[in-house]
Design a protein around this ligand. Structure first.
Ligand code: GLC
Length: 444
């Protein structure tokens, strides 16, 4: 007992000392493996079951939305070492469970989170209703050992408060759920411990059903961590989870919910996880870049966060390639999103207030993006170009339509020349925007 406590304290101290140097790229071991599984959009993400896929019409709101808020929040926020603290520090489940007696956030107000998301120009939110540590943020009768916020210190159903606030703010309601649960030994030895594995599976089915049945219309279901014993792909674990059956159940309650690819079924969109740069050509399938503003997903007291320009560059690089971006914040144990994160989000929102027209509801093209130079999107007879480099002239490939005007968004008209060989735009009149300069071409 005392040894375990000492171990936890030592682990907290060590992590605290190294926190300031941590960077998402510096993740180690299984936590890193977990991120690498989803870095880069891959086409091999799971079992195919076409009847489960949403139609293009059903996906439209999500593809138009472009920008969402990811929230990693749970018991681990108390430890301040990110959401993998339990596993990384080998904290025994019984020890870790004691954190639930301390989890009683006094400043949690879902309406405040929703407002921060709205002010940032985000259109949907995704909350970790239950991460790999197994602690559920709602009144969850299926939770093994009553490990949930309703039956412990807080006595609150945070999922209810969150889904209500999200909907009230007009944001898409997204729920993250991790089928895996480190508390079950069978997660690491599923074949050797079949009874325990079935218990784990039962919990997953029960909890997913609760989430899909009891909280009104859910717009996004974001699974994470189907891979057993941190090995292979999520689809390799399909023999246990049976993701097609699981998602048929989900669809019976939520026929329109947009589902990510991490249950072992291929899902409605592809994922690209982590801070790596978005580059290359347009991707012609719905996809989402998810990454964290801070160096870790879950709360850490030392915040090494992205700059506003980094966030905007990531956003336009994603949107110009046809993707959405889900940007994570990590509220502290009291439910407060750190001030530094709010400041960056606010600045991102200020840019989107001015230039959002070149983001929301757009389609990538007609020009393929050129890494570190420009990317483009289109809407009706307008083409928007996001400039990533300060140059005096922009060269673009030819297009069929005739350009009738070319200007900087909210700025001056720009001289251009269009021939069958291509387009040249003079940027001499451009007021270079320190974030991203955006041009708009009107085509007939
Ligand atoms: C990785 C991490 C997990 C995090 C997720 C977010 O899979 O292991 O902690 O929640 O990425 O996409």
């Amino acid at each position: 007992m005392i040894k375990n406590k000492l171990l936890i304290i030592a682990a907290i101290l060590v992590t605290f000392l190294f926190n300031s140097k941590l960077n998402a790229q510096d993740l180690k071991g299984d936590e890193l493996k977990s991120m690498e599984k989803y870095s880069g959009v891959k086409g091999d993400n799971g079992i195919v079951a076409p009847d489960l896929r949403l139609s293009a019409d059903q996906m439209k709101w999500w593809q138009d939305a472009k920008f969402g808020m990811f929230i990693h929040w749970g018991l681990y926020s108390i430890l301040g070492q990110g959401e993998w603290a339990m596993f990384n520090n080998k904290i025994p489940a019984e020890e870790y469970a004691k954190l639930a007696t301390k989890f009683n956030p006094q400043h949690f107000d879902a309406a405040v989170w929703a407002k921060i998301a709205k002010d940032a120009g985000m259109k949907y939110m995704v909350l970790t209703s239950r991460h790999h540590d197994g602690f559920a943020l709602w009144d969850s009768p299926s939770s093994n050992a009553h490990f949930n916020s309703f039956e412990t210190a807080a006595h609150r159903d945070f999922v209810k408060e969150y889904t209500d606030a999200c909907r009230k703010a007009g944001l898409g309601v997204g729920i993250y759920y991790s089928p895996m649960d480190w508390r079950f030994p069978a997660y690491f030895k599923p074949k050797e411990l079949p009874e325990n594995a079935l218990l784990l599976k039962k919990q997953t089915y029960g909890q997913v059903e609760e989430l899909m049945k009891n909280y009104g219309k859910i717009d996004v279901l974001w699974y994470d961590g189907g891979w057993l014993a941190h090995n292979g792909k999520d689809a390799d674990a399909a023999w246990l989870w049976n993701p097609v059956e699981l998602n048929r159940m989900v669809r019976s309650y939520q026929p329109n919910v947009v589902i990510n690819p991490r249950s072992g079924w291929e899902g409605d969109f592809q994922c690209n996880e982590g801070p790596s740069k978005v580059s290359g050509p347009i991707i012609n399938t719905p996809w989402e870049k998810c990454l964290s503003l801070n160096h870790s997903w879950g709360y850490t007291p030392n915040q090494t966060i992205m700059t506003t320009k980094d966030v905007l560059t990531m956003l336009v690089n994603t949107v110009d390639r046809g993707g959405n971006m889900l940007l994570n914040v990590g509220p502290d144990a009291q439910g407060v999103i750190p001030e530094k994160q709010v400041t960056v989000l606010k600045e991102v929102g200020d840019w989107l207030k001015k230039y959002g027209e070149s983001i929301y509801g757009t389609q990538p093209g007609p020009f393929e993006p050129k890494d570190d130079y420009y990317g483009a999107v289109q809407k009706g007879n307008l083409i928007y170009i996001h400039l990533l480099k300060n140059t005096s002239e922009l060269q673009l490939p030819p297009i069929k339509g005739k350009i009738v005007s070319c200007k900087q968004m909210l700025g001056a008209n720009l001289k251009f020349k269009q021939t069958t060989k291509g387009i040249t735009i003079s940027l001499k009149q451009l007021q270079f925007d320190p974030s991203i300069s955006t041009l708009v071409l009107n085509i007939r």
